[in-house]
Design a protein around this ligand. Structure first.
Ligand SMILES: *[C@@H]1O[C@H](CO)[C@@H](O)[C@H](O)[C@H]1NC(C)=O
Ligand SMILES: *[C@@H]1O[C@H](CO)[C@@H](O)[C@H](O)[C@H]1NC(C)=O
Ligand SMILES: *[C@@H]1O[C@H](CO)[C@@H](O)[C@H](O)[C@H]1NC(C)=O
Ligand SMILES: *[C@@H]1O[C@H](CO)[C@@H](O)[C@H](O)[C@H]1NC(C)=O
Ligand SMILES: *[C@@H]1O[C@H](CO)[C@@H](O)[C@H](O)[C@H]1NC(C)=O
Ligand SMILES: *[C@@H]1O[C@H](CO)[C@@H](O)[C@H](O)[C@H]1NC(C)=O
Length: 342
């Protein structure tokens, strides 16, 4: 009897220790949200994780379905390469020759403008090691909303649903102020290039998409001396983004989107499709809002009446039809959901 109780106590102590250690490591690795150190909260946190693990033992994530799961759709498996790293950091900051040549050609850059020096300078300014997106795992269910800029968001009343996601990704000049009921108020990540930059709230991560070397030099300049005020249009000299909130989209990932997903359609991928494919890699569930035309076939933005919007569909820079075929195919395979608005 005493033996059994002693053994039971040992097992109990062991489990308790396990709970604390696991909770500790799980939360130690989790830096995106501030964590308070209450034992009760830790135990609850852990049991939540444990429940998920028991419920979905073989999934790469804690949702009932995970995007990165392969073996369900050959079309997806042929295109999705989970080893591709979406973000640039000091360790992966180099380009293979073919990637380098392709990327240089995008904006017709002739000179290899000392890209390595630019990378080095860049990572003296922005964080060089953290990749918050890599903290995905079998215990986490990360739900993301990717919010495009289509006029189909008007009167959609999607705001609350959008805000209900872990990550909310927006792009280019998209505002939320004044449009909260339809587009939500939360943003965790905002994808821009220098020419489409807008000031962001201080808790929003900027994801810069570099289409040319100068875009990287612009980040350096905008965070320091402010020497660059013009690329092919005027750009802001200075930006008020904290350096730890700056992330850089990897040029090799742009080429991956172009090769694997767009099968070389258009000249290069749009910010919209770059955001969608990024989300496939960093999220477990993806909901798309504000993509495509509105019900009348218009391609304007939700915040303005720009009759020329959608002109890019004819210029051949981006292949809007092919890109939208990719997203609708992803939806038909139940990898993402598309909310069409009005
Ligand atoms: C996936 O990407 C890696 C580089 O990240 C590359 O080496 C590999 O060949 C790619 N796999 C496929 C099937 O394209
Ligand atoms: C890449 O290009 C450089 C210079 O053009 C050349 O020296 C190098 O051998 C190339 N590397 C590969 C893997 O082709
Ligand atoms: C840039 O650095 C990479 C390794 O990080 C190296 O392979 C490449 O040759 C360098 N290129 C130049 C032009 O120095
Ligand atoms: C970001 O800050 C705003 C206030 O400026 C706040 O309302 C919002 O909840 C914060 N968002 C997140 C994701 O923390
Ligand atoms: C950029 O700055 C230069 C001086 O440094 C100035 O002459 C020029 O007008 C500025 N251009 C724009 C677009 O602001
Ligand atoms: C995408 O395009 C292919 C061929 O170009 C077509 O067979 C397919 O039906 C299209 N898918 C969607 C969802 O539009």
């Amino acid at each position: 009897m005493a033996m059994i109780r002693k053994k039971g106590l040992k097992v109990f102590t062991f489990i308790l220790l396990l709970v604390f250690l696991t909770s500790f490591f799980l939360n130690y690795a989790h830096t995106t949200t501030a964590y308070t150190w209450f034992p009760k909260q830790m135990v609850m946190h852990f049991s939540e994780h444990l429940k998920r693990l028991m419920k979905y033992p073989e999934r790469p994530c804690g949702c009932s379905q995970c995007i990165s799961e392969t073996g369900l759709a050959p079309w997806f498996d042929e295109r999705f390469n989970h080893t591709m790293q979406p973000l640039l950091n000091a360790q992966n900051a180099f380009l293979e020759n073919d990637t380098y040549r392709w990327w240089m050609k995008l904006q017709r850059e002739r000179l290899p403008r000392r890209l390595n020096d630019t990378f080095r300078e860049l990572f003296r300014i922005v964080p060089s090691d953290v990749d918050p997106f890599l903290e995905k795992g079998p215990l986490v269910c990360r739900r993301c909303a990717v919010v495009g800029n289509s006029g189909n968001l008007k009167q959609s009343q999607y705001g609350r649903d959008i805000d209900n996601h872990d990550f909310v990704l927006r792009m280019n000049r998209a505002p939320t102020a004044g449009f909260e009921a339809d587009v939500g108020r939360k943003t965790t990540h905002h994808l821009v290039y220098p020419e489409s930059f807008r000031e962001l709230a201080e808790n929003v991560s900027m994801i810069l998409i570099p289409f040319k070397t100068m875009d990287l030099q612009w980040v350096i300049s905008a965070m320091t001396k402010g020497t660059i005020n013009f690329t092919y249009v005027p750009v802001p000299r200075k930006i008020h983004v904290k350096k730890e909130k700056i992330l850089i989209y990897h040029p090799a990932f742009i080429k991956y989107v172009f090769d694997s997903w767009l099968q070389s359609h258009g000249r290069y991928p749009s910010t919209g499709i770059l955001s969608v494919i990024l989300s496939l890699h960093i999220c477990d569930e993806v909901d798309l809002y504000g993509f495509g035309a509105d019900s009348k076939g218009n391609w304007h933005h939700y915040w303005e009446n720009n009759p020329s919007a959608g002109a890019f569909r004819k210029t051949g820079v981006h292949d809007g039809d092919f890109e939208s075929n990719v997203t609708t195919t992803l939806a038909s395979l139940n990898k993402i959901r598309i909310f069409k608005g009005r």
